[in-house]
Design a protein around this ligand. Structure first.
Ligand SMILES: NC(=O)c1ccc[n+]([C@@H]2O[C@H](COP(=O)([O-])OP(=O)(O)OC[C@H]3O[C@@H](n4cnc5c(N)ncnc54)[C@H](O)[C@@H]3O)[C@@H](O)[C@H]2O)c1
Length: 251
């Protein structure tokens, strides 16, 4: 895979977890990275650390459920670098496991909006800029929750991540003729700080026992799959969902 020298990348959810790993690796491989997140402290720390270790990063503190703020932040990243070659949407997740029967009505909008509406806003803001130069790589994070009913997952999260896959295919269809690919990565069981917080020791033991690979994954293992789809070499791959789950959905 060639590097990302001369490219500009925006990574959402980059204050921590999979987004942080992705931002760090893209910067190591030459991209100028915009670290986008609503966690100001985390985003600033990651930006500083990338810059101090020889990479180039800018910080954008934005709530991606706010259209005007998202559009402004994407335009600012574009203005600074002159283009956006890569956009990785890793912001999202859910705060805790909850069953369908226990899920409060009020919890729906927050989870669906941060995982799904945010993707629509990012596409609305960034896709025209990519289309204008006939090049772009948009990669979004879905989840095994949208691929398999084997494990119990929260209903709002499962629905939002399934929506992400539909929107990925729709955007891939529409943007393909303009040199822009749109793909999804569907991870499972990643040892991010949030991932470790929401899983009980029993659930972790169950994952280790039932996974064909026999362990949880590290953030960088998901990031590497994301980054392949961001590469120039992945130009004939669009509208796909890449499962990165240690074989969990084949069982
Ligand atoms: N960790 C896992 O096991 C796992 C499994 C499957 C899918 N995923 C998905 O991968 C992605 C990354 O997961 P993670 O574990 O690294 O998550 P994380 O919670 O560690 O990081 C998510 C980041 O997104 C940011 N964020 C959330 N809502 C936002 C908003 N509205 N605007 C701006 N920033 C916002 C948070 O501040 C945080 O920094 C998520 O979309 C998640 O659903 C994770």
């Amino acid at each position: 895979m060639s590097g990302f020298e001369g490219q500009s990348a925006v990574v959402t959810g980059a204050a921590t977890g999979i987004g942080e790993s992705t931002a760090r690796i893209l910067a190591q491989r030459g991209a100028v990275v915009t670290v986008m997140d609503f966690d100001a402290e985390g985003a600033e720390a990651v930006t500083k650390s990338i810059n101090e270790s020889g990479g180039a990063a800018h910080c954008a503190v934005v709530d991606l459920t706010d259209w005007e703020a998202t559009e402004t932040a994407v335009n600012e990243a574009h203005r600074r670098a002159g283009r956006i070659d890569v956009l990785v949407h890793s912001a999202g997740g859910f705060p805790q496991y909850v069953s369908l029967l226990d899920c409060p009505v009020e919890a729906w909008d927050g989870v669906v909006n941060s995982n799904l509406k945010s993707m629509f806003y990012l596409l609305k803001a960034a896709a025209p800029l990519m289309v204008a130069v006939n090049y772009g790589r948009f990669v979004t994070l879905s989840s095994m929750a949208a691929r398999s009913g084997v494990n119990p997952n929260p209903p709002h999260y499962t629905a939002a991540k399934a929506g992400v896959l539909g929107l990925t295919r729709q955007a891939a269809r529409e943007l393909g003729p303009h040199g822009v690919t749109v793909n999804a990565v569907a991870p499972a069981n990643v040892q991010t700080p949030r991932g470790l917080k929401i899983r009980t020791p029993e659930r972790i033991a169950h994952i280790e026992k039932s996974s064909p690979v026999g362990r949880l994954s590290e953030s960088h293992e998901i990031a590497e799959a994301v980054i392949f789809l961001c590469s120039r070499e992945a130009g004939y791959i669009t509208g796909v969902t890449l499962d990165v789950n240690g074989g969990a959905t084949m069982v």
